[in-house]
Write a protein that binds this ligand. Structure first.
Ligand code: SF4
Ligand code: FES
Length: 251
């Protein structure tokens, strides 16, 4: 396949970026999108030009780092896949493909297609964990019986890979799908009960402090999420938040 690529190039966070045009030739339809990007970078390096910076790690759809907008869609035209799992057979020979970084104020561009997603780390640090007493009498987690329905829902929520596609897809740059997946994962399990109220209050506060917007129920996040995280989690987080606020008022 021969393709025309329009790629966002930006030297650093302070510089102004712009689209640059590149031609790539002889791309196999069986290669992944990132392998195609590797081919582009090989060409650029051979010509002595700066390769395009993009994030990637596992290339197996699990680390969540391969964030990019492809033809205006987070992770491109395929559903339920990350960019590393997207294949060139989804495009046609001769296509022009637009490749841009996530666009959201809390995700500033570091270089080219790489954005700073440490806002997500700070939200997790504010409450997305379970404190365990490791003083010697810790029971195995799997010794605690968990209702099948809750175990399934917690597992589904836990499949969120923190990629940020939900934020990028949202007109409000809302992080509520991500945060609600993390809140739900722990609120549904017995291990998450001790810090349940504190967790949701702290994580929502941190989300707001980072500058993410509110949910206005357009559902773009769910459509673009590579792991199929459901909007039900946002409803659950809102209930958790309201209950925690009410409990706080009573104390
Ligand atoms: S909810 Fe989906 S889109 Fe958002 S960070 Fe998690 S996996 Fe990515
Ligand atoms: S590189 Fe890890 S999810 Fe794509």
């Amino acid at each position: 396949m021969n393709l025309t690529l329009k790629v966002w190039r930006q030297k650093n966070a302070r510089s102004t970026g712009k689209m640059e045009t590149y031609e790539v030739k002889g791309i196999s339809p069986d290669s992944s999108f990132l392998e195609m990007m590797d081919e582009l970078n090989n060409d650029l390096i051979e010509k002595g030009e700066d390769p395009v910076a993009f994030d990637h790690d596992c290339r197996e759809g699990i680390c969540g780092s391969c964030s990019m907008h492809i033809n205006g869609e987070a992770h491109g035209p395929d559903r339920l896949v990350t960019t590393c799992q997207l294949h060139m057979r989804k495009f046609n020979d001769g296509d022009t493909i637009y490749i841009e970084p996530w666009r959201a104020k809390p995700f500033p561009v570091i270089k080219d297609l790489v954005v700073d997603r440490t806002a997500f780390d700070r939200i997790i640090q504010s409450g997305g964990f379970v404190s365990v007493n490791t003083s010697g009498n810790t029971t195995d987690a799997n010794a605690i019986p968990i209702e099948k329905e809750n175990a399934d829902k917690a597992f589904d929520a836990a499949t969120c890979i923190g990629c940020g596609a939900c934020v990028a897809a949202c007109k409000n740059a809302s992080a509520m799908l991500f945060v609600s997946a993390k809140v739900s994962q722990l609120a549904l399990l017995p291990q998450g009960q001790v810090e349940r109220e504190e967790r949701v209050l702290n994580m929502v506060d941190q989300m707001d402090d980072e500058g993410f917007g509110n949910c206005s129920n357009t559902g773009a996040c769910e459509v673009q999420c590579p792991k199929g995280i459901s909007l039900d989690n946002i409803a659950r987080m809102n209930r958790e938040y309201a209950a925690a606020m009410a409990a706080k008022g009573e104390k």
